[in-house]
Design a protein around this ligand. Structure first.
Ligand code: F0G
Length: 405
């Protein structure tokens, strides 16, 4: 039993409405459940391996899922990185281990399944890359055509390759992500295409399973803080909702502080949180090496600001240089290969620890949202080029010795 509810005016809509914002006040929508009617089998919950569909009772679909086995991503204890940052209990939840290499797969398995339930015959999204890759694979699996709108010249090649290979119609817009998103909304409305950006509340239901899984993997305990990069600001909201639902159902008994990290050249939510403003001021020319979060007008900002404030969390910005340092540390201290946007979480944590905002003995979970192979453009900025040598053992020995010096 569930329905859609406006976060601004509390207007309610049927679960079967094809609607993305409130038709009365244009507010964002949430999926709300009658929690007292949901029965959770705790023995099953404690024994079954984590995955998105493990938590099906808390997902808004009945139909057989369109799934490629998403979720169940590793939660690594990262002692070497923790030591470098100056805390004692650091975990990294590596969402790069999903089918397309990002957390978007969680949202799409649920969103696409819901779309089929609603009888929709075409799907679309705007994207900085990962959303388009995820929609492309679930569209392919469901046998439904997919259209994606990308900001031209600002999407990592690995992500475009995924969208193309899985058969999406890829349109590169001469504009930024915010322009592409405004256009895809019009397209979907005019052509009766199902919109699968994170403004779609059903997609966020899939992503809330990150919160479920973190609690699950920590033995149904909740960390003190969850740190993650923010772009369109859907994920932070979704994850917080996951933690809240586990608490409502009595599965856990606390909530984490939610910490959102943005790149310095693209940080409207950080500015709103720091100034105490009720809303963001959109940024016209967002810029950062972390193209996945190069967004000046995050559509879910109102939900995200509420989640951050309600949880007692905060938001912080990091420079591209700090992002690259964190990307290298994750790779070399922990063996976790991530794309630049993902490393923003660790860069932000390091900055907050330095600022004295986090106690040394707090349990912190950083979320790394996308895999290294998605976006290899920063590798040349961080790493030496391969050394070319002649094919004989003397040249190899000489090159190794030279490198060690
Ligand atoms: N990290 C990565 C790797 C992303 O791709 C995104 C968003 C985020 C973080 C931020 O998540 O939008 O929920 O706050 N990428 C979107 C896309 C915008 O189109 O792939 P968010």
């Amino acid at each position: 039993m569930y329905s859609l509810k406006c976060i601004e005016c509390d207007a309610e809509y049927s679960k079967d409405a094809i609607i993305y914002t409130c038709s009365k006040c244009d507010g964002l929508l949430d999926v709300i459940y009658n929690y007292s009617s949901i029965e959770i089998d705790m023995d099953k919950l404690k024994t079954e391996c984590p995955s998105v569909w493990k938590y099906a009772k808390l997902l808004p679909v009945k139909r057989v899922p369109v799934t490629l086995k998403e979720g169940g991503t590793p939660l690594y204890k990262c002692d070497r990185l923790a030591e470098k940052i100056g805390i004692t209990k650091l975990y990294v939840k590596h969402e790069g281990m999903n089918p397309t290499g990002s957390f978007k797969d969680r949202g799409m398995t649920v969103g696409v399944t819901k779309a089929l339930e609603l009888g929709m015959k075409k799907f679309a999204c705007a994207s900085t890359g990962n959303t388009s890759a995820a929609l492309a694979i679930y569209g392919a699996k469901a046998g439904v055509p997919v259209i994606v709108l990308l900001p031209a010249g600002k999407v990592a090649l690995g992500k475009i390759a995924q969208a193309l290979m899985h058969g999406a119609k890829v349109l590169s817009i001469r504009g930024n992500f915010d322009d592409a998103f405004a256009l895809v909304r019009i397209l979907c409305y005019q052509e009766n295409i199902y919109l699968l950006n994170s403004i779609n509340p059903y997609r966020l239901e899939g992503q809330k399973t990150i919160g479920f899984e973190i609690a699950d993997q920590l033995g149904f305990r909740v960390p003190d803080r969850v740190v993650l990069p923010i772009g369109n600001a859907g994920n932070i909201t979704a994850i917080y909702k996951g933690f809240k639902e586990f608490k409502i159902l009595g599965i856990t008994n606390s909530l984490p502080k939610m910490i959102g990290i943005q790149a310095e050249g693209s940080c409207p939510i950080v500015k709103a949180i720091k100034s105490g403003a009720p809303e963001i001021t959109p940024e016209g020319n967002p810029e950062t090496i972390a193209t996945a979060i190069r967004i000046g007008n995050p559509v879910n900002s109102k939900k995200a600001i509420r989640a951050i404030r309600e949880s007692g969390g905060t938001a912080e910005s990091v420079t591209d240089e700090e992002i690259l340092t964190a990307q290298k540390d994750l790779a070399r201290l922990e063996g976790i290969g991530v794309e630049p946007a993902s490393a923003a979480s660790v860069a932000g944590l390091r900055k907050l620890v330095k600022m004295g905002m986090i106690n040394i003995d707090e349990t912190v979970v950083c979320i790394t949202t996308g895999h290294l192979l998605k976006d290899i453009s920063s590798v040349s900025e961080i790493c030496e080029e391969p050394t070319v040598v002649d094919a004989n053992i003397e040249s190899i020995r000489e090159a190794i010795l030279r490198k060690v010096e």
